[in-house]
Design a protein around this ligand. Structure first.
Ligand SMILES: *Cc1c(COP(=O)(O)O)cnc(C)c1O
Length: 456
């Protein structure tokens, strides 16, 4: 028994030590895969080992390949750094070994998800009556909710896609901006709708869908089954599609509006920024991530649906009668059956920060993104987007020079950021999404970036 306490204490120490060092480690690593393989890809063991020895061996062998995304100067992709209470809750959840599939397997997991789901809807400004599935991330949430959309727009045309599949079904059209996230297309592929069903709607200079164009498309071909995909948070620019009038027109046209809000939906949690998602509550479904801007450990995303019964009919395999006033079986709302009890970490993150703390984290990230843009701009870099949220696009002249800066910064190690192609140009993409990033981190990182550019 004391061996076991010792083991789990040691696991916690390893995690804590890594987190404590994250701000001081070189942020990114060019992977020494050979070294990692030498440590981890050992021969398949014949016999058992002591758990504590297994743990020590793993920690030692993995360490050179760990990336300090949890630290304050990781600005690549859109990546949060898991909050302390949320991380500890996840560690405990693993220790409890709860299966989040059903209340029979874990009443605690179910009720924690109910509570966290209620808070999430309140924070994001979504209808209190929406269903909430705790998914692996926005990719899964997009798939779930586009399945619900497909179910409904075809049911409106007297076609039960669940029973009959898509062969012989009325055609489905998807109206989405040219700047939609690639996961939307993957979901459409998986759902048999196919990417040629997408009618692309042009976007404005900052990558948000053009409202007038979308309204025009909604008016054309009103008899075709239509799903509208809007985006809150363009991965390059942070731009948020206009919501209210499109949702109103879509409602009148009996189409379904899905919002991919992986990170941008969090604007709704800030009094300063919520105007950016004005009208979002009128949509039919929403995807959002926990592991990006809420800073919850992986993997954690949310599938919200204004029509719980359709949500459950589309992806559940339990009887529909379980759904209703609080009776939904959690396994009915996501694609997993057996799964991690994902709600505990979200519950803990929201408790740790509170409503004001979350609003502060979102607003601070945006302020820091603007600071980044201002400092880099003053230092001679070009800023290629309107910094409406937490994303900044930076260029240093030619594509080749910008690429060289990216490479140089990644090697230099003060911070980590990646590249993207935006409107035909290679650019640096900065995302400020970590709760622990400070002004000093931004200033240090901006100097390092400018220094690398100067030495080229
Ligand atoms: C990150 C992101 C996704 C995918 O989310 P995952 O959690 O990585 O599955 C989808 N859409 C947008 C806009 C994103 O930023």
């Amino acid at each position: 028994m004391s061996d076991r306490s010792e083991l789990f204490r040691r696991a916690a120490e390893i995690a804590a030590a890594f987190r404590a060092s994250a701000a001081d480690r070189p942020v990114g690593r060019s992977p020494d895969l050979q070294g990692l393989r030498a440590g981890l890809h050992v021969e398949l063991p014949e016999r058992r080992s002591e758990p504590v020895e297994v743990l020590e061996a793993l920690a030692k062998a993995a360490d050179p390949g760990l990336v300090a995304t949890v630290g304050p100067r990781y600005f690549g992709f859109v990546v949060g750094g898991a909050l302390d209470a949320a991380t500890a809750a996840d560690m405990v959840a693993a220790g409890w070994d709860q299966n989040g599939f059903s209340p029979a397997l874990s009443p605690a997991a179910m009720v924690a998800e109910e509570a966290a789901g209620t808070w999430l809807k309140e924070l994001l400004g979504l209808p209190a009556t929406a269903s909430v599935g705790f998914a692996t991330g926005t990719q899964q949430a997009n798939t779930i909710l586009l399945a619900a959309a497909r179910q409904q727009v075809l049911a409106d045309r007297r076609w039960d896609v669940g029973e009959n599949g898509l062969r012989g079904a009325p055609p489905v059209r998807v109206l989405a901006g040219t700047e939609r996230h690639a996961t939307i297309d993957r979901s459409l592929r998986l759902l048999g709708i196919g990417t040629t069903a997408v009618e692309e709607v042009p976007t404005d200079g900052n990558g948000a869908v053009q409202e007038a164009e979308m309204l025009e498309r909604l008016r054309s071909n009103p008899s075709v089954a239509t799903i509208v995909c809007l985006q809150a948070g363009n991965v390059n620019t942070g731009a948020i599609d206009p919501m209210r009038r499109i949702c109103e027109a879509a409602k009148a046209a009996k189409t379904w509006v899905h919002v991919d809000g992986a990170f941008g939906l969090w604007a709704g949690a800030s009094p300063q920024l919520k105007h950016l998602v004005d009208g979002v509550e009128l949509a039919d479904s929403w995807s959002c991530d926990g592991h990006k801007w809420l800073n919850v450990p992986y993997d954690s995303g949310y599938a919200f649906c204004a029509h719980p019964q359709i949500h459950s009919n589309a992806v559940g395999y339990n009887a529909a009668y379980l759904v209703g006033a609080g009776g939904a079986t959690l396994g009915d709302l996501v694609l997993d059956s057996s799964r991690r009890a994902r709600g505990f970490s979200t519950w803990a993150a929201i408790q740790e920060l509170g409503r004001f703390g979350i609003a502060d984290m979102i607003e601070r990230s945006c302020a820091l993104a603007r600071r980044f843009a201002a400092t880099l701009g003053e230092g001679g870099a070009e800023i290629h987007n309107e910094v409406v949220l937490n994303q900044v696009l930076v260029g240093f002249g030619s594509d080749a020079r910008t690429e060289a800066v990216i490479k140089g910064v990644q090697e230099e190690g003060t911070c980590w950021l990646g590249g993207t192609t935006w409107r035909g140009k290679r650019l640096i993409r900065i995302s400020v999404s970590n709760w622990s990033t400070t002004e000093e981190d931004v200033d240090r990182s901006a100097s390092a970036i400018l220094q690398v550019a100067r030495t080229l």
